[in-house]
Design a protein around this ligand. Structure first.
Ligand code: SAH
Length: 323
């Protein structure tokens, strides 16, 4: 177990031997299999105004779309047919999907005998419970940053305390709970990244998704002066330390990593990651799910080729957190 100071030292130094250590821990605790999760981005409507995200309500420069429940279920069936074992439903915080509509979709998808993950933001305890009762297995809700001042500056009309409460509610309801943070936000310190990692450990998160921050031109952070290479390298390190501390959890090689480095996914898979989330949303819609520019949507065939090219295998099970 690293202390906060040790984590800060690792993140601040040029030494990246930590990546190799993370790769060894990954191999020892979760093996060589890579889990594929079929991602369906079912709506880019959002009533939030997060400063970094292109889906924010105030961005009028985006064509909004929302899949019908039939489209969502058909896409899930396609995923099942091509052998995917987990479906991830992600969207902005779109009020048009009522709890009833969502629970119906969930029940239909669960009939396919797949694991199901939701990533649709902050909901009440009772709403989360209804998803759990309908059959959802996992939930992804990134804390984004544990620096409360920074969190509040980036999330108007939201509350840091509520975000934390949502994560503990998800845990207590028995979801496999995923969180994670953005790396390289303006005004984010190395110390706060160390706190993020320690928070993942305290929560005992089952999944952690780490992404480098990529400025989106139609957001308030659009002209932030960020060093994208630095954000990429730092995000890989944050991910590696997370693997070393949490050992047996699931960690994706994220799309944002792939967006900043043509070899990003492979580097991630060799620095602690064991999951890839290919995007199976139809082409027209996935182009519009622009949380940041040039998003490199992961193609399933290419993902498989990459996994084989580094001598890894594709998991044949649902890929719950290994005990
Ligand atoms: N509404 C859902 C899903 C949000 S999109 C929710 O609140 O959980 C998924 C993730 O994209 C976010 O959690 C955020 O970490 C990431 N993201 C958004 N804008 C980004 C940007 N500009 N650069 C990198 N990642 C970004």
């Amino acid at each position: 177990m690293y202390s906060k100071d040790e984590i800060i030292n690792i993140l601040s130094s040029n030494d990246d031997s930590i990546l190799k250590t993370a790769d060894e821990i990954r191999k020892q605790y979760v093996g060589e299999d890579v889990h594929l999760r079929g991602l369906i981005e079912f709506s880019n409507y959002c009533n939030r105004t997060c400063y970094y995200c292109g889906l924010r309500y105030e961005n009028k420069n985006i064509q909004r779309y929302r899949l019908t429940p039939e489209d969502i279920i058909a896409t899930a069936k396609y995923a099942k047919n091509i052998g995917l074992k987990t479906i991830v439903l992600q969207a902005g915080e779109d009020v048009c999907f009522s709890n009833n509509i969502l629970c119906n979709i969930i029940e239909q998808i669960k009939k396919l005998d797949v694991a199901l993950t939701l990533s649709i933001g902050e909901k009440t305890y009772d709403e989360y419970k209804s998803f759990k009762d309908a059959g959802v297995d996992r939930y992804l809700l990134r804390i984004e940053t544990t620096d409360k001042t920074l969190y509040n500056a980036l999330h108007p009309n939201m509350s840091f305390e509520n975000r934390i409460e949502c994560l503990y509610n998800l845990k207590s309801l028995g979801f496999e709970t995923g969180t994670g943070s953005l790396v390289g936000l303006p005004n984010q310190t190395i110390e706060s990244l160390a706190n993020d990692i320690l928070f993942f450990k305290t929560l005992d998160a089952d999944m952690i998704g780490i992404g480098p921050f990529i400025p989106h031109p139609c957001t308030p952070l659009g002209d932030s002066d960020v060093d994208l290479k630095k954000n990429f390298d730092l995000s890989i390190k944050v991910m590696a330390i997370t693997r070393i501390l949490l050992k047996n959890i699931n960690i994706p090689a994220t799309t944002a990593m792939e967006t900043l480095n043509p070899n990003g996914q492979i580097i991630a898979l060799q620095s602690g990651a064991n999951v890839i989330m290919p995007n199976i949303t139809n082409d027209e819609c996935k182009k519009k799910y622009t949380i940041y520019p040039n998003k490199q949507n992961q193609d399933i065939i290419l993902a498989k080729e990459k996994i084989y090219s580094i001598g890894r295998a594709i998991s044949v099970n649902k890929g719950f957190r290994s005990k």
